[in-house]
Design a protein around this ligand. Sequence first.
Ligand SMILES: [Zn+2]
Ligand SMILES: [Zn+2]
Length: 236
Amino acid sequence: MDKFFLLETIMNYIFPPTCGFCEEITGSDSFICEDCKRIKKQEYINHCCMCGKVCYSEICPECRKKKIYYDKFFFCYEYNEDIKEKIHRYKFLGEKYYYHFFTEMLYERLKNETADGIVAVPISHERMQERGYNQCELIAKKLSRMLKIPYLKGALVKVVHNERQSLQTFKLRKESVKNVFQVADIYDISGKKILLIDDILASGSTVNECSRILKQAKVKEVKVGVIAVSHILNRL
Ligand SMILES: [Zn+2]
Ligand SMILES: [Zn+2]
């Protein structure tokens, strides 16, 4: 058992896991209680297989129009009020422990997938200083232990600090992610399958740009896993 896992086990003993949805003690190692697992079920049919948008064909018209660099896409939930509040608490109110809850969701979606490495969408140095943690990295690290797939720390880096994407329009988002990410030369990822983790997919520009540069670094396959999909901005 690695050190981090051991620490988590001890912490779970001192502070028994509570459900990320209803906040009740789950009575197990799980961070989602049995009731919420049942009640909060997300349906995956009638959603675009590349962006999660509600759509009655396999790929939505918008995805058909653009060049998508990732090969497979998985999301856990639509960005409903419930999820929105939890993500907000996790990202902006410093409630770091929510990573257990989000990782468990992703694990359920990805447990049958294979990959050679897991990569998290990076945040800038400025955002890291402000927040104190990269919300995607915490999830990716725990997921790596659960899936037994190595976490490639620092494989992707963000070299430019751009404005918070949630404050931008869809068109601006596309522009603002161009050339802000780089593949760091620390792992040999050529010919490998990579699982890329992000929190929310809105326009899809961030994961698509990360996938583009991973492919440029000769990655064979990119699978994207996100907590939630929000497509409100696509209509702007
Ligand atoms: Zn619950
Ligand atoms: Zn789509």
